[in-house]
Structures are given as C-alpha cells and as structure tokens.
Design a protein around this ligand. Structure first.
Ligand code: PHE
Ligand code: NA
Length: 464
C-alpha cells in the first residue's frame, strides 16, 4: 500500500483546513442568513452554536483523525466495525451531494469574472441571470446554462484545477497550493472590504447587517439556521477535517489548531459581511431603494445584486474581477478538501495508487457535475440543499457525537489531546483543563441534544 500523505508544516495544515472552511458559504451565505435571522442579534445563537457544536465537533474530528491516522471510514471502523458506514456516508455524501453542484457554482463565478470585464449582464442582471441559467427555456429541462456552453468550459476548468492540485498529493499538491491561495484570498478580501467601507451608503447597509432584532431570538428557526450555518461553514460532518488531521505530524497540537480554525472561519465570515452590506447600502442609495429590497435571496445576492452594484461602482470592472476571483479561490480551496476526504477514504480501504484514484474521481465528478449545468440540476440543487441543511449534516453530527462520546468514550480522545498539549501548555493549564472538561460535556450531552432539538423541530414542521 502506498504511504499516506503528510503535511510539511503545521502552518500548511492550518491553511488547508481554513481553506476548506472558508468558502462560498462565508461570503454569500453567511451575510444573507444573518440578515434574515435577526441581524446583529443572530450573532448570539451563532456564537452559541459555534461553542456548543462547531468547535467541539471540529476538535472531535481533528482528534479522531490524528489519533487514528485514518480517514473517516477507517477511523470509525477502528472504534467499532458497525460504524464504518458513517464514514462512508459522510465522504460519499459530500462528494456526490455537494461537490457536484459546488463546482458548478464556482464555474458561475469564473464566468462572472469574465463577464465583469465587459459588464456582459448589461442593465438588467436579473434577466441576465435567468437567461444565463437557461430559464428562458423552462420547458426544456435539459437546457444548458450559460452562453454557448461557457459554463461547461468553466466547470471543466474548475475540475482541471482541482485535479491538478490534488494529483500532486497532500504536501506537493494541496499544501503548496494553499500557501499561495490563502494569502491572496486574505489580501483581496481585506482590499474589497476596505474599498466597500468607503462607499457612499456603506453605513446604511451595515446598519441593516448589525442592527439586532432581539425579538427573533426566541424563534427556534433562527437557532436552527445558526447550527446549520456553523456546520456547513466549518465543513463538519463530511470526514474532511478527519482526513486533513490524519496527515498531521504526531506532535501536533490538536487543541490549539481547533481553536485557530474555528475562530478564523467565523472571523472571516463576520468580516466579509461588512463588505457585502456596504455594497448593498451603496446600491440602495444609488437606486433610491431600501436596503431590504436589494437583498433578495442568497444566490441572487452574489449573481444578481452584486453585478448590479458592480455596474454602478467607480472602477466597477476591477472590483468585479476581484470579487469573483475571490469567490473562485475560496471555492476551489474548499472543493479540493472534498476530493481529498474521498481520496483518503478510498486509499485507506483499497490498494489503488493515489494518482489513479484522483484521476478517476475527477473524471467521474466532472461528468456528474454536468447535470448541474442544466435546468434539472437547478431543481435538484434546491432539494439537495434543503435536505442537506436540515438533515444530512446534522444527523452525522449527532451520530458522531454519540458514537465518540458514549461508545468510544471522550476521555480517550481527551487523553490524546492532552498528551499533545505538551509542556508548553503548562502556562495555560487551568484554562486548558476547563475547556477540555467543557468539551467532554458538549460532546456527550449538549451537542447531541441541541442538534436533536433542531432536527425534531424541522421534521415536525415538514410533516405539518
Ligand atoms: N465550508 C465551505 C463553505 O463555507 C463549504 C463546504 C462544505 C466545503 C462542505 C467543503 C465541504 O463554503
Ligand atoms: Na465556511
């Protein structure tokens, strides 16, 4: 059997894990979800979800992958052969339930990056977007999106890049790529947000983003949205973080790494929200509208409202190219982590060579994602997205917490985390002790109960 991959440095691992977490979900999903669910007040359920489920499950996945040096299916098999399916479910689901459309949305971004140069959407991005998606021909479910198949070319390009990166392996492929992509991502983000903050109307937009509507806090829906966002945003429940941490060196500090990745992802999305809402505020002022009227829905935010704002901006072309470049980079650094979770699972189970696995997966994946470039795909996307956010992720989260918390016993994973805290950790001994103790309670009680309430509530509403 081929040797498993290894990160060259802990920093390389951090960049890759943050690259997986920071994705399309941070830039267009979070600001929209926050706005819809109480604005500034949403931060309360959001941070509760981060502390009671996000960081605990992240620490669990990191500790499990690192301790077992295994991908999700193998790690769960080691706990008990009965649970191997959970790992397979996670990696198959993320590959075929998410990756296939995620790469198509990245493809839209690549297309829009080019359209920004010529402002191809003209005066009416709304009509353009529906034409782009082939919706002018709603009767034909196989109608291809984009113009002259530009979307097919873009999706092929995205898969080619994904293939090129993952083919090289953990260190020579992924680590090398994220060392370039992440600094660019951060620079462009800061540039865009600062640019946006100085636009006329930015303050009005931001007021809509942060003004708390505390009345919403008692609404269970808002809490479910918060847990859903945290899971999706941190790439949890897919075996991704398990695979990534399995490539860490034996002396890595799991405790510190979990906190860094958890906080980096949330900081990024809260920060990006300021940029997104500044732009919306600018647009509302230019068009003499209310901020609420320019928000629409989450897809429309990136592909309709933004193009419109870009056409109005001074230096809009440059802004457009940078904005969609940003989305594309964020998306690609996430989508390579999905491929890696799947590759590592196959590699741990069968003795095929890594390169062959990567090539086959990318070829099959590209073919599958072509479905999402048609009208059928859009219909499917709605269904997948709904079930994903309400059930797919949360079920894996609950089962993970219960299996590890009660069957494997969290104390054993805790011992593993403590062993790697090393002597350097003594200064913060009390802090570490308290956090780890809380972590155990979360995994065994708080996380499964909180997620359980979320899912029962959704089911009840679905059936009603
Ligand atoms: N975390 C990514 C985002 O916020 C989404 C993602 C989900 C990535 C699942 C990989 C796996 O966009
Ligand atoms: Na994210």
């Amino acid at each position: 059997m081929e040797e498993r991959g290894k990160w060259g440095t802990n920093l390389g691992f951090l960049l890759a894990a943050i690259g997986s977490a920071v994705g399309l979900g941070n830039i267009w999903r979070f600001p929209y979800v926050a706005y819809e669910n109480g604005g500034g007040a949403f931060l309360i359920p959001y941070f509760v979800a981060l502390f009671t489920a996000g960081i605990p499950i992240l620490m669990l996945e990191f500790a499990l992958g690192h301790h077992k040096e295994a991908s999700a299916p193998k790690a769960f098999r080691h706990i008990d052969a009965k649970w191997e399916w959970l790992g397979w479910w996670a990696v198959l689901f993320v590959m075929f339930g998410i990756q296939l459309y995620y790469t198509v949305i990245i493809g839209w971004c690549v297309n829009y990056m080019c359209f920004s140069l010529t402002m191809a959407w003209g005066d009416d991005p709304d009509a353009f977007f529906s034409r782009f998606l082939g919706r002018t021909d709603p009767g034909n479910i196989w109608a291809i999106q984009g113009f002259q198949g530009s979307i097919v070319v873009a999706v092929a390009l995205v898969w080619l890049i994904d293939w090129g990166i993952t083919y090289g392996g953990v260190q020579k492929g992924i680590e090398r790529a994220v060392k370039v992509m992440m600094p660019v991502l951060i620079l462009v983000t800061v540039g865009i947000v600062v640019w946006a903050l100085f636009l006329e109307g930015a303050g009005t937009g931001i007021r809509h983003y942060v003004t708390p509507d505390f009345g919403r806090i008692t609404d269970l829906e808002v809490w479910i949205a918060a847990y859903g966002q945290i899971f999706f945003s941190l790439s949890l429940g897919f075996g991704i973080m398990i695979a990534y941490s399995s490539y860490l060196s034996r002396d890595a500090n799991i405790f510190k790494n979990s906190l860094i990745v958890g906080f980096a992802n949330s900081s990024y999305e809260v920060f990006a929200g300021f940029g997104v809402f500044s732009i919306l505020g600018y647009m509302a002022v230019q068009q003499n509208k209310e901020v609420g009227d320019v928000v629409r829905d989450s897809l429309g935010l990136a592909f309709v409202a933004y193009p419109q704002a870009i056409s109005l901006l001074p230096f809009g072309r440059l802004f457009g190219v940078l904005f969609f470049l940003l989305l594309a980079i964020a998306g690609i650094s996430s989508s390579i982590s999905i491929i890696e979770a799947f590759v590592s699972a196959i590699q741990d189970k069968f003795s095929f060579g890594r390169k062959r696995i990567v090539t086959v997966i990318c070829a099959v994946g590209f073919t599958g994602s072509l479905l999402f470039t048609t009208n059928v795909g859009l219909f499917w996307l709605d269904i997948v997205d709904h079930f994903l956010n309400h059930y797919g992720l949360i079920v894996v989260g609950i089962v993970e917490a219960l299996v590890v918390g009660w069957l494997y016993r969290t104390d054993r994973l805790k011992a593993h985390i403590v062993a790697n805290l090393g002597l350097s950790g003594t200064r913060h001994k009390v802090f570490n002790y308290i956090v780890l103790q809380l972590w155990m309670y979360c995994i065994r009680f708080v996380t499964p109960v909180a997620l359980g309430i979320a899912i029962v509530h959704s089911l009840v509403r679905e059936l009603a």
